[in-house]
Design a protein. Structure first.
Length: 98
């Protein structure tokens, strides 16, 4: 399969587990961010930082990881002097003599 197809399939397979892990950590930090009571003014900045960092890193990771992978693959092909990979699922299968 092509690089773009592989990236799309990986994104579709990994999106839910990544989102569930981040959501579990986020819900664990919400009591710190929104807690009240004695000493909450000391814990609240930590909770807000954790929640904000998780949301920001989730967005950054989901959007930049496929872009970086695609960029590195295109750089690899450029270094090899190829227009595209020579082995694709829809193309001819390489023989043992190749």
């Amino acid at each position: 399969m092509s690089t773009e197809e592989a990236i799309f399939e990986a994104c579709m397979l990994r999106f839910r587990p990544i989102l569930m892990t981040t959501t579990a950590a986020l819900f664990g930090a919400l009591p710190l961010a929104f807690g009240t009571g004695t000493g909450s003014e000391l814990r609240r900045p930590l909770g807000i930082t954790i929640v904000g960092g998780l949301i920001f890193s989730q967005l950054l990771t989901l959007y930049t990881t496929p872009v970086v992978y695609l960029t590195f693959d295109r750089m690899r092909l450029r270094v090899l002097g190829k227009e595209r990979d020579t082995f694709h699922a829809d193309g001819p299968t390489p023989s043992a003599a190749d």
